[in-house]
Design a protein around this ligand. Structure first.
Ligand SMILES: Nc1ncnc2c1ncn2[C@@H]1O[C@H](COP(=O)(O)OP(=O)(O)O)[C@@H](O)[C@H]1O
Ligand SMILES: O=P(O)(O)OC[C@H](O)CO
Length: 498
């Protein structure tokens, strides 16, 4: 018999809540965007209080649409944009500063300083992550350096650190009145403060990044009962939490070694399940925790992280105004037969995997009097596919496995033009599921597993459904020509920010 599950997906651009049947069908959902705050070039912030207000609003709206109460939900899961760093007052629940978002580059000087101390290899060996502006530890260090007295208050446990899952879980379970200060192990694996092998905070890393242990949340598995919700979800057991990319991996049922998925959201994140031992990449990929489900052995993944994908579509919408809604990019891109030799390298936050070049900045290359906004739209869509191809090549080389087909999800995977171009570029089928909300679905699966709605991962795998398969048609010569031009454009984006 089908049971109802809930999941809150707190993403980079919006927050949504879904109610779904345990067989995977979505009953109702509501979504709300939050403000993107850009105080300086390269800086990106969110108001964590606004995010919490939006979370409550979408929960209420979804329950009303589904005509159910929180007590009808067998369990609720949370999934979130990762790395984004919140520091808040334990007594009042007020954030001490805007949250610093994962794509923010303000910590580049700190990256360079720690690299100059020769600590990069040690940090990577312990955490699976390169030194980069992307991860939480340096963002938290920046907050401690900039907010007077914050480090001292944190050392007394009066100021609490969390990624967005922690912030939401603390608030959902009571906030200042007894809220649970937790982080799930997948999110903890993105802080650069946790040892990947042991899934514990690492004392040496805490010293390197100058972080007092008292402000850190307790690390929990991704699937267990963390507590009972209060407020809009009163009475529902909170039982699942994963970073959004890990949730999508579970939502796509990538539960066997070699299974991979690519999620096209604000950024683009390709994860491959590599099984029960973490393997450190030699090709510029991250090693990360895939998930840890209750007492079961943890499962690890290799990840290729691309900072800007759908965000480029939003940039064309918000900063240039050449489209009014994201989905309009498809028609604009189809108004031209090809990219007209225009390439858009969206290195707005430097380049992430596999290059890790903090000094790169965005460029549009190949413009002539012939170029028009259709070519720019097409180049913007194609940029996600070129970056994915590069990450996939690194992953195949690193993991030593071939990929028979690429599973995709996320808002931007709605673009048929992009999905066809992706299949052409990687010369392998791209498989789109019947619905793209697999991040939220994955968090609901984790919650359902914890309370026995699902007995095993096989139960989950039975619910994934393919809806469309894009097969490659491009000639090898055309593919090689396009890739060579893209690489020429990438070379020109490097070394801009120094
Ligand atoms: N039809 C579409 N074509 C291209 N891009 C799209 C389309 N629909 C949504 N997007 C882009 O996808 C992103 C939203 O996807 P989503 O998975 O909700 O992201 P996130 O979880 O990062 O907020 C936005 O950046 C948006 O511009
Ligand atoms: O919010 P998304 O879907 O763009 O995902 C953001 C990632 O978790 C950042 O690491």
């Amino acid at each position: 018999m089908s049971e109802l599950l809930g999941a809150l997906d707190q993403g980079t651009t919006s927050t949504r809540f879904i109610v779904m049947h345990s067989h995977g069908g979505i009953v109702a959902k509501a979504q709300r965007e939050h403000r993107q705050i850009y105080p300086r070039p390269g800086w990106v912030e969110h108001d964590a209080a606004e995010i919490w207000r939006n979370a409550q609003a979408v929960i209420e709206a979804t329950l009303a649409e589904a005509k159910v109460s929180a007590r009808d939900l067998s369990a609720v899961g949370v999934t979130n944009q990762r790395e984004t760093t919140v520091l808040w007052d334990a007594a009042t629940g007020a954030p001490l500063h805007n949250a610093i978002v994962w794509m923010d580059t303000r910590t580049q000087a700190a990256v360079d300083r720690i690299a100059a101390q020769g600590l990069g290899d040690l940090v990577r060996a312990k955490t699976g992550l390169p030194l980069a502006t992307y991860f939480s530890a340096l963002k938290l260090g920046w907050l401690f350096d900039e907010i007077p007295g914050a480090r001292e208050r944190a050392a007394q446990g009066a100021a609490l650190f969390g990624t967005i899952d922690s912030w939401i879980i603390w608030n959902l379970t009571g906030g200042p009145s007894g809220g649970r200060h937790l982080i799930d192990a997948t999110n903890a694996s993105r802080t650069q403060l946790m040892t990947l092998e042991t899934l514990q905070w690492d004392q040496e890393l805490l010293r390197i990044f100058d972080i007092p242990a008292a402000c850190l949340p307790k690390i929990c598995s991704s699937s267990e009962v963390y507590g009972e919700c209060v407020g809009a979800l009163a009475g529902a057991p909170l039982a699942g939490a994963l970073g959004d990319q890990h949730a999508a991996l579970l939502g796509q049922a990538c539960v066997n070694v070699g299974d991979a998925k690519n999620t096209y959201g604000t950024g683009c994140f390709l994860l491959m399940n590599v099984g029960e031992s973490p393997r450190i990449s030699t090709k510029g990929l991250l090693t990360t925790l895939a998930y840890q489900l209750g007492d079961a052995k943890p499962c690890y993944a290799l990840e290729g992280s691309i900072a800007i994908a759908g965000a480029l579509v939003q940039w064309l919408r918000d900063n240039l105004g050449i489209i009014k809604e994201s989905r309009e990019i498809e028609a604009l891109a189809r108004s031209v037969p090809d990219n007209g030799d225009v390439y858009f390298v969206p290195a707005f936050s430097g380049l992430f995997a596999p290059r890790w070049r903090g000094d790169a900045r965005g460029i549009i290359a190949g413009l002539t009097r012939f170029s028009n906004k259709g070519h720019i739209a097409r180049a913007a869509l194609e940029a996600a596919a070129f970056q994915t191809r590069e990450v996939l090549a690194a992953m195949i080389a690193d993991a030593g496995v071939e990929i028979s087909a690429l599973k995709v999800d996320g808002g931007m995977a709605g673009s048929d033009l992009l999905m066809q171009f992706q299949a052409d570029l990687i010369d392998a089928p791209v498989v789109r599921p019947s619905q793209l909300e697999l991040t939220a679905v994955g968090a609901a699966y984790a919650a359902g597993l914890a309370v026995g709605v699902y007995k095993s991962l096989d139960d989950i795998a039975a619910h994934t459904r393919e809806s469309r398969r894009f097969t490659p048609h491009m000639t090898p010569q055309e593919r090689a020509r396009l890739i060579a031009s893209w690489e020429k454009a990438v070379e020109r984006s490097l070394g801009w920010a120094i």
